[in-house]
Design a protein around this ligand. Structure first.
Ligand code: NAD
Length: 260
């Protein structure tokens, strides 16, 4: 059986970059109709082009803004009349441990990585129940292991793992599956966006060859492969899973830090 998303509608948040963009491209290649959302219209246009543009809806918005989240779901349903898969991918990373963090940082990270996912999930569930659809959340190895210097990020991803399990339990009777992927270090612009300088990113990615037992960082396509699998009928008996896509990172001791 090959994954086939003909006639299915997939919503990917943070689809303008990195893992989200690659996930959108993979779903498109398997016949899905797509709603892609993010804050950068130009990048979303480029991703839509890669997806063949047919059956692609672009919704520009910030997932942490309540009206935007409502509009993302509303425009998706207005355009396609249904929703089969929600991929909660949008996320941010920032440096900071308990000695140098702030409540403002905690609020920023939780607003995007957790509260927005909670909100979009609430809004999407009535539609997913109708289609017996499913949700894939983008968590992290930082949700299941402890890392220095990215405290709020770790907390946000742990909370997301628990959201995944609790909603999976609640929605199982409705035929709606909920899963998460937990990547290790993946080569995307997230580190630059977190404020790391180019050289620091280079060194961090190089150092990750040591911390990931498979001896390298991952690529966005390797995470997208797993997202597509979990969203497909091939994963029909999988719910509440938090799947490491991390070259074995979760097996090793976790002393690596994200440096500026
Ligand atoms: P990325 O920075 O390339 O992509 C993140 C996307 O989310 C971008 O399109 C960004 O614009 C969008 N986004 C951020 N805040 C948003 C907001 N408020 N509203 C709408 N869109 C918003 O990073 P990525 O590596 O592709 O990250 C995707 C997901 O994977 C994130 O949830 C991240 O935490 C998770 N992840 C990444 C890694 C990694 O090493 N790259 C590892 C584990 C988990």
């Amino acid at each position: 059986m090959v994954e086939n998303f003909q006639g299915k509608v997939v919503l990917v948040t943070g689809a303008s970059s990195g893992i989200g963009a690659e996930t959108a491209r993979q779903f498109a290649s398997l016949g899905a109709s797509l709603a892609i959302t993010g804050r950068n219209a130009e990048n979303l246009q480029n991703v839509a082009k890669d997806c063949g543009q047919k059956n692609v809806l672009i919704v520009v918005g910030d997932v942490s803004v309540e009206e935007d989240a409502e509009r993302i779901i509303r425009e998706t349903i207005d355009k396609f009349g249904r929703l089969d898969v929600l991929v909660n991918n949008a996320g941010i990373l920032e440096n900071g441990g308990i000695k140098d963090t702030s409540l403002a940082q905690y609020d920023r990270i939780m607003a995007v990585n957790m509260r927005a996912v909670y909100h979009l999930t609430m809004l999407a569930v009535p539609h997913l129940i109708k289609t017996k659809g499913n949700i894939v959340n983008l968590s992290s190895v930082a949700g299941t292991r402890s890392f220095q210097n990215i405290l709020s990020y770790c907390i946000s991803k742990s909370a997301l793992d628990q959201l995944t399990r609790c909603t999976a339990l609640e929605l199982a009777a409705d035929g709606v599956r909920v899963n998460a992927v937990n990547p290790g270090v993946i080569s995307t612009p997230i580190f630059e966006r977190a404020g790391m300088q180019d050289q620091a990113v280079k060194e961090y990615l190089e150092g990750s060859k040591e911390t990931h037992p498979l001896g390298r960082v991952g690529q966005p396509s390797e995470v997208a492969n797993a997202i597509v699998f979990l969203a497909s009928d091939r994963a029909s008996f999988i719910t509440g899973a938090t799947l490491p896509i991390d070259g074995g990172r979760q097996l090793t001791c976790s002393r690596a830090t994200v440096k500026q």
